[in-house]
Design a protein. Structure first.
Length: 163
């Protein structure tokens, strides 16, 4: 079980730390740097590759590998829920307001009408809450883990010892 829990904790901690790097540097306020949030995807994939190599050496089959990688991601996602809530409610409580202002500024620079901007911001407001974003992060982590494990599990196999 440690071969699932440890990588899962590592996914949660490393991705959570990256989120805080984005916050403390202010990169999330810059339209050109905002997509750096997506660095969490390669972080997760790298941890999954390392973790699934270990479970392969333990003898897990392809299905076992997919299950193990998905469970690693569930553990990581659970940690990310807590990290996300801490990020958006305690450390950066104005996060969503700042994102809305950035979105409004971007839409104005694109030449959108006031009505279009208002409607877009209203539509986004329903999902821009700490809990909904934390749940989206959890779902994204689990889906990324499942899809990645389907691919990684096809390539990471138990090393056969030659006598």
């Amino acid at each position: 079980m440690n071969s699932i829990i440890r990588p899962g904790v590592l996914i949660g901690v490393l991705c959570g730390l990256w989120t805080f790097v984005m916050g403390f540097t202010g990169w999330y306020k810059d339209p050109a740097l905002l997509n750096l949030f997506l660095v969490v995807i390669p972080i997760q994939i790298i941890v999954l590759v390392v973790g699934l190599k270990k479970t392969a050496d333990e003898g897990k089959t392809y299905g076992g590998q997919v299950g193990a990688g998905t469970m690693m991601s569930v553990v990581g996602g659970a940690i990310l829920i807590v990290s996300s809530l801490l990020f958006t409610t305690v450390v950066f409580p104005n996060y969503f307001e700042e994102l809305r202002a950035l979105g409004e500024q971007t839409m104005r620079s694109e030449g959108r009408s006031e009505e279009e901007i208002r409607m877009a911001l209203e539509a986004l407001a329903t999902t821009q809450t700490p809990m909904i974003q934390a749940i989206f992060g959890f779902i994204g982590t689990v889906v990324t883990g499942l899809v990645s494990s389907l691919v990684i599990g096809a390539f990471v196999k138990k090393k056969v010892q030659v006598a």
